[in-house]
Ligand binder design. Sequence first.
Ligand SMILES: Cc1cc2nc3c(=O)[nH]c(=O)nc-3n(C[C@H](O)[C@H](O)[C@H](O)COP(=O)(O)OP(=O)(O)OC[C@H]3O[C@@H](n4cnc5c(N)ncnc54)[C@H](O)[C@@H]3O)c2cc1C
Length: 375
Amino acid sequence: MPHALVLGAGIMGLSAAWGLSRAGWSVTVVEQDDLPNPRGASVDEHRLIRHAYGAQRGYMRMVDEAYAAWELLWADLGARHYVPTGVLALGDAAGGWLAESRAALSGDGHDFTDLDAAELESRFPMLRAAGVGDAFHMTRGGVLLARPVVAALAAHLARRGVTFRPARAREADPARAALVLEDGTTLGADLLVIAAGPWAPRFLPALEGRVTASRQIVVYLEAPAAQRAAWAAAPMLLDLSAAGGFYAVPPVAGTALKIGDHRFSLHGDPDGPREATPEEAEAILALAWPRLRGADGYRVLGARACFYDVEPQERFLLEPLGDRALVMSGFSGHGFKFGPLLGLAVGSEERRRRAAWAAGAEGVAPFMEPSHGSA
Ligand SMILES: Cc1cc2nc3c(=O)[nH]c(=O)nc-3n(C[C@H](O)[C@H](O)[C@H](O)COP(=O)(O)OP(=O)(O)OC[C@H]3O[C@@H](n4cnc5c(N)ncnc54)[C@H](O)[C@@H]3O)c2cc1C
């Protein structure tokens, strides 16, 4: 049986281990922290999946493949850690990301509904339409419950016989598909998959300049009593206003309402403290307050930092490193939804030929049959 070493037990490393294990490989996963790892990019209450992707048609199309991969994963896990919510996209003016998304969505026959200010406020009474120049709603899209996904996937892999090796890797030797651990032990395999999230550039110097760790702040809120019912039924909210947009994740499945911003900080040390400063939290809240009715009544429950691994064009790297290793990186704050799909690709014979597809290129044959069934 061929043997694979996977560095990193975030959604990418675990999904790669899942894909390889399903394809008959024996797999060892090396991870420096406990699982699920709260320092990893993958571990928070939620991650979003949606088709609205601006002009990035390649990724918009991959979302249907991603849904198909999630269906396979739910079947393997025996549970669905997903809440369909739909998507509400807002902008301060017509044009830009919303117009690009509409053009791409229409071209592929995806349904969405344009909303004017009156419709926006009557359908979503927790929002203020003042300053909103453009809006549309889609019924497809939802919230992946990230922490339970990672925990359940790790437990499933352990039951499948995947070995978890708690250790910090010091060096990778892609040519020999080997890792050197901090204690000097060398682990070797037939294939090495490096999925080290925001730590990857530090670990693989070849990524310096291509992938940048980026400290991002998220804030958890409790809505005022008068707005709670509206938030409980709310879609994910993507505000793409040029003046500084934000996203909001509704409080699904016992989680908190969460807000964050789309802009990349492009600085920070993933080994540094994860508490958000009051100033960092306030900067995120300042983006959201003008959009929220009764903003004074919201209670801040907490705020923390999480890291993106940013590629300049937000394109993923699923790239061979010689004949015996692959790197999964550059997920730029939008990789989680594609984790299981990319993992299945790593497990397949096509693993070395999927770089353009993973980078969101248009006109590339899909890796798997898309699923149009999930909400
Ligand atoms: C705030 C925020 C919001 C996001 N929102 C979305 C969203 O709505 N939708 C979406 O699709 N995506 C979203 N993303 C992006 C998505 O979460 C990431 O792309 C994805 O989780 C990356 O997974 P990963 O496995 O590459 O990284 P990680 O989860 O960081 O895993 C890497 C692992 O490697 C381990 N590691 C690193 N170096 C070593 C070493 N030397 N030795 C041993 N172990 C090591 C780390 O400990 C870590 O556990 C968001 C990300 C953030 C931070």
